[in-house]
Design a protein around this ligand. Structure first.
Ligand code: SF4
Length: 260
């Protein structure tokens, strides 16, 4: 059975939570944090596609001879456009009141300003936005989606947007999701990525936590994936409650093992 990183992560957090979500398929409410994260991802996906379109039009224009008809100009990538995309993409579900939703909408405007300041500092060539992948790892298939891949200053860079809690360098160096991206990047583009970036957006600004992977680390990641998927295939769904996991778990109201 193919797995996504998100499913493997849920299983690592608590096998019972995985069972609720993926075996019993119990519907759950989207949280405010997830809703906000989706709004940010959707906005930056639309923005990235416009960047890619603009890059393509520039390339076509450079190839035109003086006898050819000029191509239609790409949409100017301004902060006003980015803010428009934010308001178009904002998802209202998941908030407990209109006041909370409005507050999140305003916070998102600040994040978009911070993103734009980061974005305009350097010339960036967008290679892929929201690109799906499916790779074979040992006998398993792992599916996923890149938020953004760009080539900046000659480097192939994989960027994953985050709106949640900050991670330490050590955590990012060990992050399984980034190892999966490194494997998928090599598979799709035939070259290793130079940088893997967790890109944290907050009202204070943009924080990029950068890492990379060695062949040895990727081999270890393959072993972790193999072990997790074997346990899932064997239907080992024993709960591993902890205060932090259960507090964030969408199934805690129906789970008899909940620690909170
Ligand atoms: S409430 Fe806790 S023990 Fe129960 S499924 Fe969720 S994380 Fe696991």
């Amino acid at each position: 059975m193919p797995f996504s990183y998100s499913q493997l992560n849920t299983y690592s957090t608590c096998p019972k939570q995985f069972e609720f979500a993926n075996v019993k398929k119990i519907p759950r409410q989207i949280s405010a944090g997830e809703s906000f994260g989706s709004s940010v991802h959707n906005t930056l996906s639309k923005w990235g596609k416009l960047e890619a379109e603009k890059g393509k039009k520039k390339e076509e224009k450079d190839q035109l001879t003086m006898f050819e008809e000029p191509e239609e100009e790409a949409v100017p990538l301004t902060i006003d456009l980015l803010l428009d995309l934010w308001h178009q993409s904002f998802i209202v579900q998941g908030y407990s009141s209109k006041v909370d939703a409005d507050s999140a909408r305003t916070k998102g405007e600040v994040l978009m300003q911070k993103f734009y300041e980061w974005w305009e500092k350097e010339t960036r060539e967008v290679i892929a936005i929201e690109k799906g992948f499916s790779i074979a790892v040992d006998i398993d298939t792992i599916k996923g989606r890149f938020d953004r891949i760009e080539r900046t200053a000659g480097k192939l860079i994989v960027i994953d947007y985050k709106t949640g809690g900050m991670r330490t360098q050590e955590e990012v160096d060990e992050d399984l999701q980034l190892s999966i991206y490194a494997l998928a990047c090599q598979d799709l583009f035939g070259e290793p990525c130079d940088e893997l970036v967790l890109f944290f957006l907050s009202e204070e600004g943009i924080t990029e936590v950068v890492t990379k992977r060695t062949p040895k680390q990727l081999s270890k990641a393959g072993d972790v994936i193999g072990s997790l998927s074997e346990q899932i295939d064997d239907e080992k769904f024993t709960a591993t409650p902890s205060e932090s996991a259960c507090r964030r778990c969408p199934y805690r109201s129906i789970c008899e093992n909940s620690a909170v």
